[in-house]
Design a protein around this ligand. Sequence first.
Ligand SMILES: CCCCCCCCCC/C=C\CCCCCCC/C=C/C(=O)SCCNC(=O)CCNC(=O)[C@H](O)C(C)(C)COP(=O)(O)OP(=O)(O)OC[C@H]1O[C@@H](n2cnc3c(N)ncnc32)[C@H](O)[C@@H]1OP(=O)(O)O
Ligand code: FAD
Length: 661
Amino acid sequence: MANVKCNPDLVRERAKCSFDVNELIHLIDGGENATKEKRHFEETIFSVKELQDAVPEEYLSHKDRYENAVRKATILRDVCREYMKKYNYKPNRFRVGHGVFKDVSPFLLHDGMFVATIIGQGTPEQQAEWLPKAENMQIIGTYAQTELGHGSFIRGLETRATYDPKTEEFILNNATLSSFKWWPGGLGSTVNHCIVVAQLFINGKSYGIQPFIVQIRDLNTHKPLPGVKVGEIGPKMGFQTANNGFLGFENFRIPRMNMLMKNAQVLKDGTFVKGMNEKLTYGTMVMVRVGIVGDCSLNTSLAATIAVRYSAVRHQSKIKAKEPEVQILDYVTQQHKLFIAIASSHVFRNVYSWLSKSYLNVMKDLAQGKQDHLPELHATACCLKAVCSRDAGSVVEECRLACGGHGYMTSSNLPLVYGFTIATVTYEGEQTVLLLQTARYLVKAWLAALQGKVLAPSVSYLSDWLKNDNVRWQNTPEGIVKGFQHVAAGKVKAAYDTIQKYIKLGKDYEDAWNLASVQLMKASEAHSRSILCEVSWGEVIRTSASPNLLQVLKQLAQLYLVYWTLETSGDFLVYSNISKDDIAILREKYEELLAAIRPNAVGLVDAFDLRDEILHSTLGSYDGRVYERLMEEALKSPLNQESVNASFHKYLKPLMEKAKL
Ligand SMILES: CCCCCCCCCC/C=C\CCCCCCC/C=C/C(=O)SCCNC(=O)CCNC(=O)[C@H](O)C(C)(C)COP(=O)(O)OP(=O)(O)OC[C@H]1O[C@@H](n2cnc3c(N)ncnc32)[C@H](O)[C@@H]1OP(=O)(O)O
Ligand SMILES: Cc1cc2nc3c(=O)[nH]c(=O)nc-3n(C[C@H](O)[C@H](O)[C@H](O)COP(=O)(O)OP(=O)(O)OC[C@H]3O[C@@H](n4cnc5c(N)ncnc54)[C@H](O)[C@@H]3O)c2cc1C
């Protein structure tokens, strides 16, 4: 990238960067070698001609766009397979995926959830049967759980799998419209297999939801098998190339061994054998929620890179009347909009790495029959997924708005990035629903704290606060982290007390819960924010980096702490010992941090190391040729391929002529 002829503003910005951009790239990637490998892989992918689109995707019809995405997905699969064989390298498909598809691969659910569910829910024999076929794409699958009538409340799913001991088969049925599967990615026209989550019935008795692996299309003709009704759900806000679909069964039989039986089992005679914990059936969702926190980091870095580079190139208005128009990045309001995006991406990355480690530890425990830490993992993954996805959505939208009119252009890529980022707020557990899951855990933890019990590490601050809620406020990062814990503890207590109040007024627990649920949701958000602050600050101070880089990383981490303290200052005034004077000091600190980060802004987004092919943006490319690219892309419009469009002769001219009469 270094030899590209760049916009002079970007050249100047890069020259004033105070840290070594390559050092930060290596830190993010996990070492210099990892960067080399990543770049070599990406270079290979983006030099494949067939993966490059001659015409921007947006001009294609819905059908052509899908077909083009499948074409590219298959080429990408082949290239990756060869590459992995040759270099023994496991690439991050998500980064290049953004480059190849702009939106989402029709194989997303195959890689992200179908294969993962076979691994997580299948017995060793079942894995041996399906995993090799799934991994080498002999079969293509998705994860079909959500139905027209139920997505959040999965105990309410209606798809039925009724066991027939005579034939040792399950009979799948979707008797009502609301029971039809609706949403699974790739289901529309791509996959031939599904993990179907259905209610198990044996001898008329319900045994809860279980995962089944089901072939739905013929492997040669791709026609739906008899008894299967399947199709695509149509255009959406984003995810256009994900090929989301619907599915229903009518007396469709599958062998007994197609129920994934790592947890619960159905024996030949129809005996149901319970698993260690019925919630382990939800395991794939926990894994993906963890992954989404990492995805939020990537999505935020995409938007930040585009908006910061554009803001360095774009000049508009003046700060001082007699001086030239300034780079819009010099407006402190612009810095306020954008630097939190850079900081959030780092926070999400650090927290993702922390959460992934917890996830892997719990998986190891489960393999040994220990499930003590599962509730804590579930609670933590739920609230972090909810808060990070919503923050990422807001940050991406703020970046888009920060690019003014040009941010509204599809060619900026910000609308697309927003489309797939905001989807993470809903899928894999709608945000409020997940926050309320965490609230269940917090309320239990609060009760345990009141009883003087030892709490799990992520909630131990509740006991600390009970012992001493009167800690003096300190305007240091550690003091702010403590402050977030006080806010969370105060909110958990208030929500708990509210439930108790309603119970005393004669409400039963469920109604009291519902009445207190806004407070419960907010308590859960505050808990999540305190984890984000504590973990990310902790990771930064433990980072080994050169003094210059460490200084910049600390500035970003502090910016995140101060930004969110100021954003939620009302909560701090209610639940911590912060004073108005402290808030004034923090405002000043915030302005200092914006000024300190300003010279490094372009260097910081360069360090996300997102190639132009991944950014896909007229506004965000490395060389900053913004206006040229906007014009070049506009000229690709089919309407610009003819000097006069047929509609002139057909409609406009007759209209004008009628007007003359
Ligand atoms: C640095 C940059 C790196 C970049 C890296 C990028 C990495 C990117 C990686 C991306 C990773 C993967 C991408 C994959 C592809 C993603 C595409 C996904 C597309 C979308 C797919 C979907 O949406 S699939 C469908 C998802 N659906 C849901 O999520 C449904 C949500 N609902 C539920 O989960 C449940 O209904 C709910 C939990 C809300 C309630 O369940 P229920 O059975 O009713 O339980 P309750 O009665 O409420 O609770 C009973 C107790 O059970 C506990 N519990 C609930 N769930 C769990 C669980 N999962 N584990 C453990 N325990 C659980 C609950 O806490 C209760 O306990 P209590 O003690 O009684 O209180
Ligand atoms: C882009 C995209 C891709 C998807 N891909 C897949 C896929 O591959 N496979 C799959 O199976 N599914 C998929 N889904 C479905 C997704 O998992 C669900 O849409 C999601 O879990 C939310 O469920 P819902 O649609 O039923 O929302 P609802 O539950 O109907 O939510 C509507 C409102 O009700 C509120 N609400 C619901 N329950 C409660 C409660 N208990 N307390 C308080 N408020 C509540 C919610 O907060 C929300 O405000 C996808 C969805 C999207 C958008």
